[in-house]
Design a protein around this ligand. Sequence first.
Ligand code: CP
Ligand code: NVA
Length: 321
Amino acid sequence: MDLYNYTPESPFKKKHLLSLKDYSADEIYQIISLALRLKDERKKGIDHPLLKGKTLGMIFSKSSTRTRVSFEVGIQQLGGYGLFLSSADIQLGRGETIEDTAKVLSRYLDGIMIRTFDQEDVEKLAKYGSIPIINGLTDLFHPCQILADLMTIYEVKGRFKGLKLAYIGDGNNIAHSLLLGCSIVGMDISIACPKGYEPEEEIVELAQNKGLSSGSQVCITHDPIKAITGADIVYTDVWASMGQEKEAQQRIKDFANYQINAKLFDLANDQAIFLHCLPAHRGEEVTEEVIDGAQSFIFDQAENRLHAQKAVMVLLMGNNL
Ligand code: CP
Ligand code: NVA
């Protein structure tokens, strides 16, 4: 499979990106393939006004650097316009229902990217609105991040099958989306987390089922050494996510044995790469020697948010390629 020259198995028909749950490997490959092309051509100075005149509303109930900037710049590079909507400033923050918000915004906008707490709110926007909805992170999922991660892995390794990703840390939104993404494209995934911080059972089972057909092995363990041994990609995320600030001190204690430092990283394969969705807390989940080391690809990974999301917007909001 060559994603630089990928022929789709079937036309891209998805309307939303709410999670990766219902995405096929073919759909993920189409997104990554288009992202690779847009990235390459942009660097050669070729413009892509594929969403000329279209407006993306960007609703944020949580902070963001990468998601906000990459979506805003991305839609602009595609000839469209990005409208930043802080939930604190729109009526949603004062109790206007998701239903009404979805119906009203559908009359003005061509698509919505939303970052919020409840996955259910994202699903409701899609249910009651009539325009494409893109999940820009909820407590449960972060699909845009994982598309950029898979794109980065493909750029470095040139394949997914036969690779093992080790995620050491909290069973959070990133872990959930990695479980789905890896199991769909046929990459092995081992998650090591402290007791009580496991990913949701329902999502683990879903990933295991997807793995049965893609050939991906899914392993959840409390042993970071077991997870990282033989890994080609080593991934971590903050121990306390947005909304969990009050638990931060307790989590520092609970996750003490799950830090990715040079000693642990050395147990991965020689050519292993280090990834982190960012923002990072250096000295907590990862040491500087690893995150700033030669095998870290965190800034390529962050850059690829832009390209992957442009591809997502074109496929969901565009009508011509
Ligand atoms: N990785 C990520 O989504 O970063 P931001 O929180 O800065 O958007
Ligand atoms: N798990 C983190 C990811 C940030 C991009 C959070 O939800 O805060």
